[in-house]
Ligand binder design. Structure first.
Ligand SMILES: [Zn+2]
Length: 347
């Protein structure tokens, strides 16, 4: 899928550039790819993938979901048993640097603190940060379930949580030598829970916005920038976008409570929803994020170009580009890609 999508995208971009005599950066400033960071044994292969496949297609942003796949010196207790070393990361930094690719490392903050039946490292080591301690991890995970458990969240008002996660963030930003950090923040379903003595009764939008501001302000101290997925800022009911690609748990009003310099990754995988316009009109830089439907992705690329060319000079620069997301492992993606066996892996 990626091969089909990127080749097609490249052709569209080149044709339009020639036609309009625009540079590719004028046409679409952000041309990104998002995937899980490779494991230590796959770093060299991934470097080759960066050089042979991403750089040659003018990809200039690489979101890498690192989470606990790094040998953190600040918190060795949180790293995965097998994790990237500093030397591994420097190989990725060098390859991307050589080709002008900006790395945006990601640690999921607030939400996505568990996946399926597996609890994430933060809540495993620090269970006191759990927003819903009464919800036990199931032996077999099924959705839907009685607890409404999709992923656990940490409590954004716990007095101890930010010191720890910000130490991880700072260390990751230093080792990746980058100024852009992705905090995830998608699909946060557990927020303002009744059982949480700190959060119960609070407005979910206020809590969500408070967490965004806190992370953003921490990064800003070192001139670093926050990137997030956009779904919690969209009204799922009015738009009909529902609980995944948008919010059905009253977080969407946070869009008017957060700083405008947060970069929005606006993901829509089923239809080319034009919500980038909404973010742009609110004054946010935004990139549209497709996944595994090439027909949808093609329309999203065309829409983004049309938004830029059809906007006022003031609005145009908010429409930053397109970031292809993959929810498989780097290893699985490369295996499918090079074997050309077909579909991207399932989320
Ligand atoms: Zn709480």
């Amino acid at each position: 899928m990626f091969r089909k999508f990127t080749i097609l995208t490249s052709l569209i971009l080149v044709a339009i550039c020639l036609n309009a005599q625009l540079t590719i950066n004028e046409l679409m400033p952000v041309r990104g790819f998002s995937i899980a960071a490779p494991g230590p044994l796959s770093v060299d292969k991934f470097v080759t993938f960066i050089e042979d496949e991403l750089a040659t297609r003018d990809i200039n942003v690489l979101i890498l979901r690192v989470d606990y796949n790094y040998q953190y010196k600040s918190h060795t207790e949180l790293q995965n048993s097998v994790a990237l070393s500093e030397q591994d990361v420097k190989k990725l930094v060098a390859a991307c640097g050589e080709h002008g690719i900006r790395i945006v490392p990601q640690i999921n903050l607030l939400g996505h603190q568990s996946e399926g039946k597996r609890i994430g490292n933060l809540l495993k080591v620090y269970p006191e940060f759990d927003e819903t301690p009464s919800v036990k991890m199931p032996e077999e995970y099924v959705w839907p379930n009685e607890d409404g458990l999709y992923c656990k969240s940490y409590c954004p008002l716990h007095p101890g949580v930010h010191k720890i996660v910000f130490e991880l963030v700072d260390e990751l930003m230093d080792v990746f030598e980058t100024s852009d950090f992705h905090a995830g923040l998608d699909e946060v379903f557990y927020i303002a829970e009744e059982e949480c003595p700190r959060c119960s009764g609070h407005d979910p939008a206020e809590l969500f916005a408070g967490e965004v501001r806190r992370i953003r302000n921490h990064l800003a101290k070192k001139d670093r920038r926050l990137w997030i997925w956009g779904d919690r800022l969209l009204d799922g009911k009015t738009t009909g976008l529902g609980m995944w690609e948008a919010s059905m748990n009253n977080t969407h009003r946070a869009i008017d409570m957060i700083p405008k310099d947060v970069f929005i990754c606006d993901w829509h995988y089923e239809r080319p929803d034009k919500t980038a316009v909404y973010f742009a009109m609110k004054g946010f830089e935004v990139a549209t994020c497709p996944w595994r439907k090439p027909d949808v992705a093609r329309l999203q690329v065309q829409d983004m170009i049309a938004f830029r060319s059809g906007s006022t000079p003031e609005m145009k620069e908010y429409f930053q580009g397109v970031i292809l997301t993959s929810w498989s492992s780097a290893e699985g993606f490369m295996r499918n890609y090079y074997d050309a066996t077909g579909e991207d892996g399932a989320k």
